[in-house]
Design a protein around this ligand. Structure first.
Ligand code: RNT
Ligand code: ZN
Length: 408
């Protein structure tokens, strides 16, 4: 396949529509996509190698190839990263710490030095780092409550964990010269009909107030809080709902909202929510996932919703305010391929969005030319975006279609 020849043909076609594909390529490479580190090993982590995931989330499937050691984990991660073009960040979870560094401790005492190997890795790979406290897969999360627990001892443990994680996030930001987003998600909730839905939310707001009390330069670390609709075992009530976090963020102004595409009612879409955040100059963290009937965490693909999310970002020039991250874990398919596919799909959708003649579309909309708007939007779907994507891969030194061969 002649990537260059195809690209030149595509370039000509886009030029006729007023789209400069060379500029598109430049932009498309630079937008950070934060790849979660946990599809590689079903979120097992290194803290207690081989431990089972728990806390309202689960990875289903039994595909062979799950790493059996930390060394193997990194071989697999290296491989996945070698298939992903463009500026990548890696989103870590606290359970991916090196327990052999420093004194033996639990999650309320973790330190930046336990993550120094990740900083080294990130520098080598020229990637950024994001972070996530792990408020689950732990005995103190077993009764279903962490930061909104009524048990002071349990709550204190997790508040300390949250504080430590922000410091680690700031350490990443300083070391790498790229802001770290530390995303807080808790599983807290009740399985069955809940009569007091307010008390846990008041407790949670106070817990976050404490976690975020110390100011950290947003150049180094920004915190995000991730809402959820329901979880396994918290079907009736989740303390950290979307409304709770929207109110928290607006009232306190100490963190930003994180929206996971799988954490809303099945007919609700994140792409429809972003404009309301942008209208008030709010920043948003995204967990781009693919919900199939529920919060199933399927691998991100180029579906309508992922395209729509990227269109909202690109068409509103909001790349600096909406932070893109992935979040999925499917153990039924090859984990390296899954990791690469999701990240590639997200960036493909970014390329697709960048290739639209958005100024023309906006002008037609403002002038009331809805016929032209619809006709052009439809026409764009058959344009050769794939040839531009291939060129991006070739420029970045990652395979175009060849990587599929290993799996076909
Ligand atoms: C869980 C949330 C959360 C987790 C990760 C592992 O429903 O989506 O983001 O998937 O923290
Ligand atoms: Zn998520």
């Amino acid at each position: 396949m002649d990537v260059e020849k195809n690209y030149q043909l595509a370039k000509e076609m886009y030029t006729e529509l007023g789209v400069n594909t060379d500029e598109v390529l430049e932009k498309a490479k630079k937008i950070p996509v934060s790849l979660h580190c946990w599809q590689i090993d079903d979120l097992t982590g290194f803290e207690n190698f081989g431990q089972k995931l728990s806390g309202g989330i689960a990875a289903f499937g039994n595909a062979p190839g799950k790493p059996t050691s930390v060394e193997e984990y990194f071989e697999h991660l290296d491989k996945a990263l070698s298939l992903i073009p463009g500026h990548t960040k890696l989103a870590l979870h606290a359970v991916y710490r090196d327990v052999n560094v420093g004194k033996k401790c639990d999650r309320d005492e973790i330190t930046p030095e336990q993550f120094a190997f990740w900083v080294k890795y990130a520098k080598e790979k020229k990637i950024g780092l994001d972070f996530n406290p792990t408020y689950f897969s732990h005995p103190l999360a077993d009764d279903g409550f962490t930061l909104s627990s009524r048990d002071e001892k349990v709550r204190r443990f997790w508040i300390e964990h949250g504080k430590r994680c922000r410091e680690i996030g700031a350490y990443f930001g300083k070391e790498l010269g790229e802001t770290c987003i530390t995303n807080h998600w808790i599983p807290d909730g009740y399985k069955d009909i809940t009569v007091d839905k307010v008390t846990p939310r008041k407790i949670l707001a106070e817990a976050y107030d404490e976690i975020f009390a110390t100011k950290i330069d947003p150049k180094y670390n920004i915190d995000s809080v991730e809402s959820k609709l329901f979880g396994l075992g918290s079907e009736s009530y989740v303390t950290g709902s979307h409304e709770f976090y929207m109110n928290y963020v607006m009232n306190r102004n100490n963190c930003i909202i994180c929206m996971d595409c799988g954490h809303f009612h099945p007919t609700e879409v994140v792409s429809a929510k972003l404009s309301s955040m942008l209208a008030f100059d709010r920043e948003v963290m995204l967990h781009v996932s693919r919900p199939v009937r529920w919060d199933s965490d399927h691998v991100t693909i180029q579906d309508d919703e992922t395209n729509a999310v990227m269109q909202e970002i690109i068409w509103n020039k909001a790349e600096d305010r909406i932070h893109i991250g992935t979040d999925y874990f499917d153990a039924s398919i090859n984990r390296i391929a899954a990791t690469a596919l999701g990240a590639r799909s997200v960036r493909k959708c970014l390329v697709n969005a960048l290739l639209y003649p958005i100024d023309k579309l906006r002008a037609m909309e403002a002038q009331g030319n809805f016929t032209g708007r619809l006709l052009l939007l439809e026409e764009m779907k058959n344009m050769p975006a794939g040839a531009v994507w291939d060129k991006l891969c070739a420029d970045e030194g990652v395979p175009t279609h060849d990587w599929l061969k290993a799996y076909l």
